[in-house]
Design a protein around this ligand. Structure first.
Ligand code: PDD
Length: 287
């Protein structure tokens, strides 16, 4: 089956899908995106993803290319045309194309909209969650507006690559004061010896993860002790459990940080419980 990609109003075969060489997404990373999980053909947590996309667009003063329901329709149609049951859908909106000038183009330049969908092997992810993953810490060299979900992801690519080179699947960024900010493409969490679940509070230096928000619903509903505050790398190394959250991982246990074993080196009880509960709370009402 040929993969189909949505580009500016057309559903094109993968090999034919392209944007202009002077697209501002390509030239300046002047673009925002969303990645949503697809489960059983449903878009998971669509309202929260659309709300964050609107915030990212507004922060960069990019006019929305179409209404949120129309964008969601494009995502659903891309999922349908690619027959994705379990996987992800990726939506990118750029400021559009034009001669390479740093300042914004005149009003009226159409935004570029691209949407892709592809299957993911969630069975393999579940298998991975049984053993957990390793992470590597890296200095957070990103800009100070990481709450905007832009495609300016080079620091994340470098960090992830450095992690991979050491057999770790994710990198955890650490700020100048020694506190973990978040993962290269996930939010970072620990569980203390007293079973308090901790993640950094929302601030411009981290992305407000949709999975993070839904997991907070789970924590509240399950009446689990939960605190939003920064934690140092040393505290993470002493934690009983650690995990990451993202749309494509949901809740993924972390069992090693910088080669040091976390807890007893196995996915912890709290993490496993949160992973198992996640989809009971995720929103598929827009399906
Ligand atoms: N990344 N922090 C960063 C820097 C991220 O890139 C992501 C998601 C998250 C988690 O957000 P959410 O729960 O909404 O997926 C946190 C996506 C999955 C990506 O770039 O592929």
């Amino acid at each position: 089956m040929t993969r189909i990609v949505y580009v500016n109003g057309r559903y094109l075969p993968y090999a034919k899908a392209a944007v202009h060489v002077e697209d501002r997404g390509f030239q300046f990373a002047d673009a925002v995106y969303e990645v949503c999980e697809v489960r059983g053909g449903y878009l998971v947590d669509e309202p929260r993803h659309m709300a964050r996309l609107a915030r990212s667009l507004a922060a960069l003063e990019i006019d929305a290319p179409m209404s949120a329901p129309a964008l969601a329709h494009v995502m659903r149609e891309t999922i349908r045309r690619n027959r994705v049951r379990d996987g992800l859908v990726y939506l990118q909106v750029t400021r559009g194309e034009g001669p390479r000038e740093f300042a914004f183009p005149a009003a009226g330049v159409p935004r570029t909209v691209v949407c892709l969908a592809r299957p993911l092997d969630f069975g393999a992810q579940d298998a991975l969650a049984l053993t957990g993953i390793a992470v590597k810490s890296m200095p957070d060299i990103r800009w100070r507006r990481s709450e905007i979900k832009t495609v300016m992801l080079l620091p994340a690519c470098l960090a992830k690559q450095a992690a991979r080179a050491e057999g770790a699947r994710e990198a955890w960024f650490v700020d100048d004061d020694g506190f973990v900010t978040e993962g290269a493409s996930s939010n970072a969490w620990i569980v203390t010896g007293e079973r308090v679940v901790i993640t950094r509070q929302i601030a411009p230096i981290i992305l407000a993860g949709v999975t993070r928000a839904t997991l907070i619903d789970v924590l509240r509903e399950e009446q689990m002790t939960f605190v939003e505050r920064p934690f140092r790398l040393e505290e993470a190394l002493q934690a009983r459990e650690a995990f990451i959250t993202s749309a494509t991982n949901t809740v993924m246990p972390v069992v090693r940080i910088d080669g040091r074993i976390i807890g007893d080196g196995k996915p912890g009880h709290v993490t496993r419980r949160l992973r198992s509960k996640f989809h009971q709370f995720a929103d598929i009402s827009g399906a």
